[in-house]
Design a protein around this ligand. Structure first.
Ligand code: F6R
Length: 610
């Protein structure tokens, strides 16, 4: 998704802008650009390539300036091209924009009637002309012109603006899209994510919905849409730039897969030592919010949705609570029956996913006010919107394909299940102690599964030439099969589908032949014998089986049947172990196929538009 960096400082800000863009690369983008005010002139550079290409161009040009704005673009309106890349210019001002302007066509017609010529196919260009129009129309300064322009914009935006008329100033504004300020020693900065600013500061100011800010080298002021000044707290971030370095790994995805034992240990730190299960892990008000809950509604997208699907099995089996899991983009527009005694759980790695945020807000408008966010970013919009919160401690996830965020979400759901079960009298002390022991041992159990990497690398060679794959699972491992298929699709571009193994005979079996690899998630649980029968059926049709089995599963290896053995069955938490080899398999298949593992085509890390 698009990303913004802005800077006004006593130093040359071009390297800061470029480094900021590099840190935002993980969000996904298809073109880049920057504009600076150098010696009273507006200078722009754009590229349809990577940030490295933009850096090479600015270096060749010897570009240096104290004020600038920069952007990574993920195309929504208009193809990826240099012409459509940001910044967009109108006269002496330049604008970068993240988001979507819904009324751009109406604005465009009006601006064209006033003599403006459009040179791109983007919705964003209207913002530049609109601000220019306000400046020409007598607005008292850049901040005022931006303020008046934003009043006319419908949609979502985070924008950064510079103008030759005010060379020592950057104006920013946000609505529905995140934007934060960074207060450095030598200047004031702004960006879409804190990781872009750690290079210069850890002092952050999170702008609220509809805030605008005027940034100068040694000062800044925040105003509301009516022009009234407002104070926003300065926060010192506990994250560091080191948290996003690649270290010994080839890709962030690989690093993040291997960080899972630590991420799980950090997330489960709330029950470390002698601390038991408690609603308080979810916030001071949790006991009050949880008591009287009669059902659970989980809202999420993509991988986070799969975490919710696993949690459904846990919440119903252990906490005895009816649970539904909804894709956020569907739920937000569905006429559903609301129950105020439902606990609504929004799950999101980023906490900025537009659909998840909108679904949570929609549930609240239906009268469901018992809300909980399970999220990896404490300061995110989803967390701020919910009454309760559980912050997963996965650390920054840079690879577009979610891995450690998923397993830590599952850890959070395990704690939630046990807390609700306990509150409802559905968990005796012995069972609680058993679950706690399993949770505390989980990081070590995951580490053992990671040791399978060399074997998985060998399997990956088999897949690299295939164009289709089927994933099978049953019970709480069916969503794990879904997650495995999603991972393979998104980073290796192999078409993959997941089925509950019992569904195979109702249609998809027709796809099975010698060329179809079938990956089976086969834990040694009460459904194993049923699953074995399903696998027999695949084998009999010539399908090539790749089975991730637990110790003791007793599935014989043979012609067309490949077995990889995980440690012994891990009970309720088994999905957390079984997803790991599927993550590694996708990673290694993508490596063999030579795709851009951390930034797969067409995808963005943080989907802040609908
Ligand atoms: C897949 C993936 C996406 C995200 C989805 C939701 O690997 O990462 O499917 O899970 O876009 O994102 P969050 O969790 O940030 O709301």
């Amino acid at each position: 998704m698009c990303g913004i960096v802005t800077a006004v400082a006593t130093r040359n800000v071009v390297p800061v802008l470029l480094e900021g863009l590099r840190k935002l690369e993980y969000r996904g983008y298809d073109s880049v650009g920057l504009a600076v005010l150098a010696g009273g002139e507006l200078v722009r550079q754009r590229s349809c390539g990577r940030v490295a290409e933009l850096a090479a161009r600015t270096e060749a040009q010897g570009l240096a300036a104290p004020t600038g704005i920069a952007h990574t673009r993920w195309a929504t309106h208009g193809v990826p091209s240099e012409r459509n890349a940001h910044p967009h210019i109108s006269g002496g001002l330049a604008v970068v924009h993240n988001g979507i302007i819904e009324n751009f066509e109406t604005l465009k017609v009006a601006l064209q009637a006033r003599g403006y010529t459009f040179v791109s196919d983007t919705d964003s260009e209207v913002i530049a002309h609109l601000i220019h129009d306000k400046l020409g129309g007598g607005a008292a300064g850049l901040l005022e012109a931006v303020r008046l322009a934003t009043l006319e914009l419908v949609g979502a935006f985070a924008i950064g603006v510079i103008a030759v008329s005010e060379p020592d100033c950057v104006v920013v504004a946000r609505r529905g899209v995140p934007l934060l300020l960074g207060l450095g020693e030598d200047g004031v900065y702004a960006a879409s994510a804190a990781s872009a600013l750690f290079q210069v500061t850890d002092k952050l100011v999170f702008l609220e919905e509809d805030d605008l800010a005027e940034l100068r080298r040694d000062a800044y002021r925040v105003v509301r849409p009516d022009g009234a000044a407002v104070e926003r707290p300065v926060q010192i971030s506990s994250l560091t730039a080191d948290a996003v370095e690649l270290g010994r790994f080839r890709h962030y995805m690989q690093k993040e897969i291997f960080e899972q034992p630590q991420a799980l240990a950090d997330t489960l730190g709330v029950v470390a030592g002698g601390v038991g299960i408690s609603p308080r892990h979810f916030g001071a008000q949790a006991e009050e919010v949880f008591s009287g809950v009669r059902s659970v509604l989980i809202l999420a997208c993509g991988t986070s949705y799969h975490a919710g699907l696993v949690a459904r099995y846990w919440l119903e089996a252990v906490a005895k609570l009816p649970c539904t899991v909804e894709i956020a983009s569907e739920y937000r527009y569905r006429k559903s029956v609301a129950d105020p005694d439902t606990l609504v759980v929004a799950v999101s790695q980023s906490g900025e996913t537009a659909d998840t945020l909108a679904a949570l807000k929609y549930a609240q408008t239906l009268g469901m006010t018992r809300t909980l966010a399970i999220c990896n970013v404490a300061e995110s919009a989803v967390v701020r919107e919910a009454k309760l919160r559980f912050i997963t401690r996965a650390g920054p996830e840079i690879g577009v394909a979610s891995t450690k965020a998923f397993t830590t979400q599952l850890a959070a759901f395990a704690l939630l299940t046990l807390a609700l079960a306990r509150l409802r009298g559905a968990l005796d002390a012995e069972a609680e102690a058993r679950h706690l022991a399993a949770l505390r041992h989980l990081p070590i159990a995951v580490q053992k599964v990671l040791d399978l990497e060399p074997q998985i690398e060998r399997w990956a060679e088999h897949f690299a030439t295939r164009e289709h794959a089927l994933f099978l699972g049953r019970g709480q491992h069916w969503p794990i099969a879904m997650e495995g298929a999603l991972k393979l699709k998104e980073i290796s571009y192999i078409h993959a589908e997941a089925y509950a193994a019992g569904e195979l005979k109702h249609g998809p079996l027709a796809l099975v032949d010698r060329k179809m690899p079938v990956i089976a998630v086969s834990p040694n649980d009460e459904l194993l014998e049923k699953l074995k029968s399903n696998l027999q059926v695949v084998h009999a049709r010539g399908g090539e089986l790749y089975v991730f089995a637990d110790a003791g599963s007793e599935i014989p290896e043979g012609d067309g049947v490949h077995i990889m053995q995980l440690p012994e069955n891990y009970g309720l938490l088994s999905p957390i172990l079984h997803v790991v080899p599927l993550q590694l398999l996708s990673y290694h298949v993508a490596l063999v196929r030579g795709t851009d593992v951390d930034k797969p085509r067409n995808l963005a890390k943080s989907v802040t538009v609908e």
